[in-house]
Design a protein around this ligand. Sequence first.
Ligand code: GDP
Length: 422
Amino acid sequence: MRTAVVGINWGDEGKGRMVDLLAESYDIVVRYQGGNNAGHTVVNEKGKFILNLLPSGILRDSTINIMGPGMVIDLKHLTEEIERLKEKGVSITPDNLKISDRATICLPYHVMQDCLEEDRLKGKKFGSTRRGIGPVYGDKYMKKTLKMGDLLYDDQLKTKVSDLVEWKNLLFSAYGEKIELSSILEWLKKYSMILSPFVTNTGDILRKAEKEGKSILFEAQLGALRDVDYGILPYTTSSTTLASYAGIGSGVPELTPISVIGIVKAYSSCVGEGPFVSEMFGEDGNLLREAGGEYGAATGRPRRVGAIDIPATKYGILVQGATEIAITKLDILSCFKQIPVCTQYELEGKLISDFPYPSLLNKCQPHIEYLEGWSQDISDIRKFSDLPEAAQSYLLFLEKELGCKINYVSVGKERDQYLKMR
Ligand code: GDP
């Protein structure tokens, strides 16, 4: 069984929570893109965990976790994340965590470059998390980065790093900054001692697992609208957030996911800048933000919130190739008497149902329909038929509008707070 769990919208849909739940049925969980720029929040019997880099299967004792070649890894951040989890009793060893030798290292100067660029952009900024992700992916495609495997061959490391530092200093000198070769080498040495034992060929592991009939869960970061090619440029991330990249980003380009579970939140949220047609402001917006606890897991930034956006969600389902969806945070909508749904966009006096080219989004107005609310706590309900009628109707309405079957519905952040639609 090969399944991908992906975000359908702007990210923060609750993928971590769903992967933590689903991981029980899989032998291996793989993170295949991104870095520590986003965070999954997982709550289970061991406590509350924020995972930026580690796959969400790390909280299950028998799961093998892989960080694939598609990822960019800040060694300091990863070391600290591992330490934080170990302090809470999570076991992390080279037996249950495997880091691809082809994953790219995010260096301190990538973070510095990200911050300098965001400062230069001032009011025009794109909402970078200042964690070096854009610069490191840029360098990757210029073939000017280090891979995790380079840590294993330290006889060649110094030559590689000195050329990179010389090149980067051409840029930094324009800002009156300079990076020192010795400090980069020291940084690499310090974290290499801790992380080298985890570095391996993840493709070999996955191929062997596939032959033995083991099951693999591919875990994505962010959502379809943040994809570098298919998202709302330039307000995207710098990697491919789509399910079709799962094999490539994991070390097995020849293996694509067989099923794709798209995660959709029962309403919308978006961190940072960029067009967000169904955004809600004022009292309703604040009510939803507070009820949903919509503050960034990685940065603490308040998230923008809005009605579920049907055109954007249909587009996300399409480009993700979702074979089913999971709706999260349905319990949060208990805060509204009536449930707003953005069913279409109004563009230049016409109603449109399809998600347009990003440059047109600023001209779109939301066309909102209201469905009856249920105004009662549903977080203890575990069966579809036990949901209030209005909640059932909301889910059936979404299924029809989105043209994709809903499989899971999450009604709380704890592992067991969910129900199956059928
Ligand atoms: P991810 O990056 O897609 O994993 O999403 P985040 O972790 O950034 O945001 C999801 C947040 O919602 C986390 O704090 C989860 O604990 C929480 N969460 C997930 N599903 C539910 C749900 O069904 N109900 C409630 N109340 N919280 C949820």
